[in-house]
Design a protein around this ligand. Structure first.
Ligand code: CUA
Length: 173
């Protein structure tokens, strides 16, 4: 019967209160999202292109061949010191970042990122960068180191049993 239809019942006070709370909370989260994006400046917009593991590997290998300055003995990963203002390539794969980078303070680099296998996360905290690195895509972020030291790239996207060991390295001189 028509009077049994749920939308014909008056709203219960408690029910109304909870709907209002839920709606208000949605608004709070929504405003925080905008605030983070606009003022927190995290998750900056990146340029994104399509690529393949083969194409990207070739470009990365060319850079490594040209600009390797030493090999880290602990992880046997080459450290690359590209000149300022050139394109820098970095590969994410289970469970490492390859190669390691040595950058110059105050210079701007275009950092190209891709993943060889699964989704990984690129989190570089002094620069407040935190983006997803997706296979098949090339993400480009601009990095201008403003302090010297050794910085860690943390994989911020769960990628399996050794996710927690997937830490890359950037030296800034
Ligand atoms: Cu790669 Cu987590």
């Amino acid at each position: 019967p028509a009077d049994r239809l749920w939308w014909k019942h008056p709203l219960d006070r408690v029910e109304g209160t909870w709907i209002a709370i839920a709606f208000a909370w949605c608004m709070v989260m929504f405003i925080m999202m905008i605030y983070w994006h606009a003022y927190g400046r995290q998750n900056l917009s990146t340029e994104t292109y399509k690529t393949t593991p083969e194409k990207f590997s070739a470009k990365t290998q060319a850079m490594v061949d040209k600009y390797t300055v030493r090999t880290e003995t602990d992880q046997k990963i080459p450290v690359v010191a590209p000149p300022a203002d050139v394109d820098v390539y970095l590969i994410a794969r289970l469970w490492s970042w390859w190669p390691m980078l040595e950058l110059e303070k105050g210079k701007t680099y275009r950092l190209h990122l891709t993943a060889m296998d699964y989704n990984h996360g690129f989190s570089l905290q002094p620069a407040n960068i935190n983006i997803q690195v997706v296979p098949g895509y090339e993400h480009v972020v601009k990095v201008t180191p403003n302090q010297s030291g050794t910085f860690s790239i943390v994989c911020n996207e769960y990628c399996g049993i050794n996710h927690h060991t997937m830490v890359g390295r950037i030296y800034v001189k």
